[in-house]
Write a protein that binds this ligand. Structure first.
Ligand code: MIC
Ligand code: SF4
Length: 829
């Protein structure tokens, strides 16, 4: 079955004409990324030669995907937008809330009980508003999207940073915060700063132990965790076309780890093969017809330096397998140097656990190649030294690899198969003994290895590698083992060598699945009731944030000056906190508990300016909030790196932090802050970071004339009576300043100008008709009407005037009121 075929047809029909027009206006041959971006301009966006890294541009993505941990907040916001249905095809995937403990079946049934309320909420919202719903156990969002929804040349956004996985099938797929998803689902334009372009030319061919994962591990080493910020990475060359489509997906997926907006590959035969294998021959046929438009122009690939902002070349024939880590995904070590590096850095060399799978590395090919190594264990008289686990990316993959005997092979080496879900990758891993906080090493084929991420133990050294290398290291139980050159001693005391991994790209007998776990939305969802209990500790309806008070901000407290790496995992931890992703008040209790305080080098220990005592970050901030005192958070480079979770922006906003001032931001987090009405500021002079003292009272000046490209100033009022005045930059454009003023983008949505409404908003998509019509030019009148109807204009005006947040809530939520049934129960004590 092909989902949303009419939408794909309409996109393909319009693409060649749009690309030709864009080529004329831009006046040069186009990269693939440009072709997709220019053919997805919002109907009200004027076509011009956009400044890469400069122009803010309005786009009309084809679809939206959300996973359970972020969908809760996104859909809570969508509900308050007052729309009857989503305007573009959208899906929800339940994958983050399943703890890996015993094994797939038990873990799944436990999650279905533990998180029943959340799954019920998500499924009823999906049914009501027309979203496709993928049940717990159906698979991990990005794998399910690749198998069912991604299509070459398409554009999508998703509330997860690894949405970029769909670049493996030639899409421009971008990770965003929930508020961005709300814009698109509400039928409005989606704004993005036109990205810069990085070209990566792949020559040669993957062989032996090297796999697609090693390409991105190598790229991460070259570009570092911030090298891709604000850029789309486009891969091309013979090395690209010779690798599998799912391999391309792996490369794009982990592209999130270099901060790239997204990564993509031109349409080729590997993609066509994958489309056919996953039941979408029709899409492949359509793509074949316009294949020139689904890849970069030949002039671009012949002379990449002329067309990309940066070009990197990697020869796959010479590429070594890599292992990246610990604690950061860009610390890349080729396998031949691993022993030396481990000794030099004191990394524990005993490998305790090898974990394969996840959204990025659980394709049929990955599993087949890893299984070819597992098979050698008994054939060569070996015994697997480390524990070994597999998390398949989807039920379709799991069912097929079971049918083809791979699960049985892994069983024989004592492997545990976890549910088709994120599990250990996101800290949903009840790892025995993790609470002892012992120094130990694990190796996995996931994306991220930030401190504490997998098992909550800050002393776990996690390394990222290909599934093949992870399997080999787990068999050897030793980080010093280089499977390319080293021998292992088997049970009989003989020296044996592992043969390089082999495996089919796609299943010979085709994919199969019994119950993929999909639930289609109701034809008419208007009668569906969405329940949110006021007593729930998992879900909480949102109240709009108060608008800006109209003055400069004076005497803010410093909540924390964070030192070094401060990812979204440090700002809003996952693991056990995932369960509060739909409850802003409760999840705010994890605010910045992973960040290191510059002044005492401790985690979760900051000075409370009111008492002089040190306490946990959320507690200190709550005491400021109770007194109505605003505060500021100061951070280092690439602040907010990692996840798309907007909780990392909503929590400080909710608790009364007014500004985040850092040396530099990760893209998604900066946008999330803006959307939630926060001030996201950067030091004009990075050394000014050193001027911020623990007891400073800080003023933010210039807000009454807040305008694009005009820096603000901060007065640092030090304890000793001295002052420092420093300049801070921002990247707000005019409409983003309006979000700040209104208190959030969602507040502003109510008073958004009619031009922002996409034509598709007028239909209750994803009805076929509405979707197919999307690319047609907007009929202004209709668009206007829609917005008028949906936008609680009066309400927002009132808010700004009176600044009474409570009142706003009531009114703003009105359109959804009927459907949101509050279950009144006695308040728990
Ligand atoms: C991740 O890999 O860190 C996550 C969990 O998938 C996040 C999303 C989240 O925090 O919910 C992401 O990558 O965006
Ligand atoms: Fe899930 Fe990990 Fe993939 Fe994020 S990176 S979507 S947590 S499997």
């Amino acid at each position: 079955m092909v989902f949303d075929l009419d939408m794909i047809k309409a996109t393909y029909k319009a693409m060649p004409g749009r690309i030709a027009k864009a080529r004329k206006v831009v006046g040069k041959p186009l990269t693939l990324a440009e072709k997709i971006l220019y053919s997805h301009l919002h109907t009200e966006q004027k076509l011009e030669n956009f400044g890469r890294g400069k122009s803010y541009v309005d786009f009309a993505p084809d679809r939206v995907a959300m996973q359970d941990a972020t969908a809760q907040m996104a859909l809570l916001q969508f509900m308050s937008a007052g729309k009857p249905k989503v305007a573009v095809p959208s899906t929800v995937h339940c994958d983050h809330l399943i703890t890996a403990k015993v094994g797939a079946a038990d873990d799944l049934s436990f999650a279905n009980t533990e998180s029943k309320e959340v799954f019920d909420f998500l499924s009823s919202v999906s049914t009501k508003y027309g979203l496709g719903f993928w049940k717990p156990g159906a698979g991990i969002i990005h794998q399910v999207v690749l198998e069912n929804y991604a299509f070459p040349g398409g554009m999508m956004i998703g509330t997860d940073s690894h949405t970029v996985n769909a670049g493996g099938l030639g899409m421009v797929a971008i990770g965003v915060g929930g508020a961005d998803a709300v814009d698109v689902m509400a039928g409005m334009a989606w704004e993005l700063k036109f990205p810069k372009l990085i070209g990566i030319k792949l020559t040669g061919k993957l062989n032996g132990w090297t796999s697609a994962k090693d390409v991105i591990l190598k790229v991460a080493g070259i570009l570092t965790v911030k090298g891709g910020t604000g850029a789309i990475v486009e891969y091309f060359g013979e090395g690209a076309t010779s690798m599998s489509c799912t391999g391309k997906g792996t490369i794009c997926n982990m592209g999130a780890e270099i901060g790239a907006t997204t990564s993509t590959f031109g349409y080729d035969e590997s993609m066509s093969r994958y489309l056919v294998a996953t039941g979408r021959a029709e899409v492949a046929k359509m793509a074949d017809k316009i294949k020139k438009d689904l890849t970069g122009d030949p002039e671009v690939y012949a002379n990449p330096e002329k067309y990309f902002d940066q070009v990197i070349e990697i020869n796959l024939s010479e590429l070594e397998p890599h292992l990246n880590g610990p604690f950061t995904p860009d610390l890349a070590t080729p396998i031949s140097k691993l022993k030396e590096e481990a000794a030099k850095n004191g990394w524990p060399t005993k490998v305790e656990v090898g974990l394969i799978g996840s959204c990025t590395n659980s394709s049929y090919e990955d599993i087949a190649r890893a299984a070819s190594l597992a098979r050698q264990v008994s054939a060569k008289g070996l015994k697997t030294k480390a524990l070994f686990t597999i998390t398949p990316g989807s039920e379709q993959v799991r069912y097929t690899i079971e049918r083809d005997g791979f699960i049985e092979t892994f069983d024989k080496i004592g492997a545990k198969v976890f549910a088709n879900a994120c599990g250990p990758c996101i800290g949903m891993w009840a790892r025995v003994g993790a609470d002892r906080k012992e120094k130990n090493t694990i190796v996995h084929s996931f994306n991220r290895n930030f401190q504490s991420r997998n098992d909550g133990n800050p002393n776990t050294y996690a390394f990222v590698g290909s599934p093949e290398l992870v399997t080999a290291l787990a068999i050897a139980g030793d980080l010093n083992f280089n499977p390319l050159t080293d021998y292992l001693t088997n049970e009989q005391g003989e020296q044996v060598k592992l043969d390089p991994p082999t495996g089919d790209e796609l299943p010979k007998k085709g994919f199969d699945v019994k119950d993929p776990g999909f639930i289609a939305p109701a034809k008419d969802g208007s009668k569906v009731t969405v329940k949110v209990s006021p007593d729930s500790d998992r879900l909480q309806l949102l109240e709009p944030f108060a608008p800006w008070e109209g003055t400069d901000l004076k005497a803010l407290r410093l909540l924390i000056k964070a030192k070094g790496k401060c990812t979204t995992d440090h700002i809003s931890m996952a693991g056990k906190w995932l369960k509060y992703r739909g409850h802003l008040d409760n999840i705010s209790n994890n605010l910045l508990i992973g960040a290191t305080n510059f002044f005492n080098e401790k985690i979760n220990s900051v000075k409370n300016g009111l008492t002089g005592e040190h306490d946990e970050v959320p507690k200190v901030q709550r005491s400021y909030k109770a007194k109505g005192i605003g505060s500021i958070v100061v951070g280092d480079e690439n602040y907010g790196e990692g996840s798309s979770r907007e909780h990392a922006a909503m929590e400080p906003r909710f608790l009364g932090v007014r500004a985040i001032l850092v040396k530099s931001f990760a893209r998604i987090h900066e946008t999330n802050l803006k959307k939630q009405g926060m001030l996201a500021l950067t030091f004009a002079n990075k050394d000014d970071y050193n001027k911020i003292l623990e007891d400073d009272r800080i003023d933010i000046n210039g807000l009454t004339t807040f305008s694009p490209d005009k820096p603000l100033t901060l007065t640092l009022n030090h304890m000793d009576g001295k002052k420092d005045i420093i300049t801070v930059n921002h990247t707000y454009n005019a409409s983003q300043i309006e979000w700040f003023k209104a208190g959030s983008a969602l507040n502003k949505m109510g008073s958004a100008p009619a031009k922002k409404a996409a034509p598709s908003a007028k239909k209750s998509a994803p009805s076929k008709k509405a979707v197919a019509k999307k690319p047609a030019p907007a009929k202004k009148a209709t668009a206007k009407k829609v917005v008028k109807k949906a936008a609680p204009k009066k309400v927002v005006k009132k808010v700004v005037k009176k600044a009474v947040a409570k009142k706003v809530v009531k009114k703003a939520a009105k359109p959804a009121k009927k459907s949101v049934k509050k279950i009144a129960k006695k308040k728990k004590k």
